[in-house]
Write a protein that binds this ligand. Structure first.
Ligand code: SF4
Length: 473
């Protein structure tokens, strides 16, 4: 039986074979496409180094860049609001909508708005929000949250989407044809764009030098949300600011290539103000809500600050063996996968999310592909150490705390053994005989439910090395 809600969600996900198949096929395709758009390994490494430097440079000057951004945006006619918490951010968005008498909103994809639980908040205040990104539209119909930060409905296959459309959209026939499914969504959403009093969007990057909001998307829905309604409200985490316009191209190249394996994204929207008198269309007002929600605390820690380099490409999710097996919902938080395991405990507190960093094999696959070189495995180890030290975290959540005492004892014994070669060798020799005979009882029972028994090789590495003339360390 699972010991925590997280573990129970993991067990459920592991038992769902369709879910695992859907994830395996989608993530495999993303990884293959990424390899094909970056065929030159050395060029990719140079680009990653450049992108990491761009993000670090911006973070090093974050407070002053945010002020510069605010003053440029204001000069461009964009109204800037600061939200220390998600609750304040929701309240600000509501106030702007109420001031304009808006009851219907169309929304582009935005993970920050998911972090704020903005849709649910607006619904409680009588404002209807319609997701217009196809993946977000699908999960909104299903009453779910995103399973991936770039591909929210990655966990659903065509047949599941076909059934959902038939069930939830009036007059929609059952079809598994992608073009027909797209056409159904398009017809449904087209009217919503026309009716909406405001459009909500996220922001991929904000350029301090020019006061420009950059929004990347593939479907044109982001452009419709930000261009058709008379009011546009963008929400953005404070870390998304960059210094200069010339910093954008390398980041965009890596973002789209790492996320979906595209050489270039379909739409890059650069928003630098509301409609001017001579403009034929566009919103009459543009607002930006800058959300902190714990990011300042992350920023204050010189080691953890690297987390804020993240450009939310989702590439670490696509390459994570744990995420590929348990999917996004098992994490139970807005941001799943490796970046979620690093970011969430920092935003919510180690006491509330201290279990997450342990859901990792520390294989380092995430770190190897991260386009901005975030040392994810290192940060996971750092957060694990904090979680172990936190009284409200791992041990106590498991009830008696006994497994953690045993675990500590086991690590202590291992530490003693590896410092004494003769004892270590004796244990290995014993392991060769006992390896296949471990009884599934006591603390081993739980471990053996998900792991195969170790089989020790009959061949001895030391002897092989000695035969090859390599001396003992
Ligand atoms: S941590 Fe790196 S790989 Fe993961 S989403 Fe952020 S930028 Fe992408």
């Amino acid at each position: 039986m699972a010991d925590s809600a997280f573990e129970s969600r993991i067990e459920q996900a592991l038992e769902d074979e369709t879910l695992r198949r859907n994830f395996a096929s989608a993530l495999g395709a993303f990884a293959a496409r990424r390899r094909s758009v970056f065929p030159d390994g050395r060029a990719l490494e140079r680009l990653r180094t450049q992108a990491a430097a761009i993000r670090d440079r911006a973070l090093a000057r974050l407070p002053e860049l945010l002020e510069e951004l605010e003053s440029r945006l204001t000069a461009n006619g964009i109204r800037v609001h600061w939200a220390e918490t998600a609750a304040v951010g929701c309240r600000l968005v509501l106030e702007i909508l109420e001031a304009h008498g808006v009851r219907r909103v169309v929304k582009g994809k935005s993970m920050v708005s998911e972090e704020m639980h903005l849709n649910a908040f607006l619904a409680r205040h009588g404002i209807e929000t319609v997701e217009t990104d196809l993946g977000e539209f699908i999960i909104q119909l299903a009453g779910e949250t995103p399973a991936h930060i770039i591909v929210p409905a990655v966990h659903k296959n065509r047949a599941q989407i076909a059934r959902l459309f038939q069930e939830k959209i009036a007059g929609a026939p059952y079809t598994e044809e992608v073009t027909e499914l797209n056409a159904i969504a398009r017809r449904t959403l087209r009217e919503r764009f026309r009716e909406a009093g405001a459009g909500l969007s996220g922001v991929n990057f904000a350029v301090a030098e020019t006061g420009t909001l950059c929004l990347v998307e593939n479907e044109g829905n982001g452009r419709m949300c930000t261009g058709v309604p008379p009011l546009h409200i963008a929400v953005m985490g404070i870390e998304k600011v960059i210094e200069r316009l010339e910093d954008l191209p390398p980041l965009l190249r890596l973002l789209t290539g790492s996320a979906t394996g595209q050489r270039v994204t379909t739409y890059v929207n650069l928003i630098s103000g509301p409609r001017r008198n001579a403009d034929p269309d566009g919103p009459r007002e543009v607002h930006l809500v800058l959300l902190d929600n714990g990011r300042s605390a992350v920023y204050a820690d010189p080691e953890l600050r690297a987390t804020l380099r993240c450009i939310r490409c989702g590439c670490c999710l696509n390459h994570c063996p744990v995420y590929a097996r348990i999917g996004g919902h098992a994490y139970g938080t807005t941001y799943p996968g490796p970046i979620g395991k690093v970011l969430t405990p920092q935003l919510l507190g180690i006491d509330r999310a201290g279990e997450l960093p342990f859901a990792s094999t520390l294989c380092g696959a995430c770190e190897e592909v991260c386009p901005v070189r975030i040392p994810l495995a290192h940060l996971l180890r750092r957060l694990r150490a904090e979680a172990v030290r936190s009284p409200a975290s791992r041990g106590d959540r498991r009830g008696s705390g006994r497994p953690d005492r045993l675990e500590r004892l086991a690590w202590w014994a291992w530490g003693q053994a590896v410092q004494r070669p003769s004892i270590y060798r004796a244990i290995l020799a014993g392991g060769r005989w006992l390896g296949g005979l471990l009884p599934p009882v006591g603390p081993l029972e739980r471990w053996m439910r998900t792991h195969a028994e170790p089989r020790f090789s009959r061949r001895n590495l030391r002897r092989i090395l000695r035969r090859q003339g390599i001396p003992d360390a």
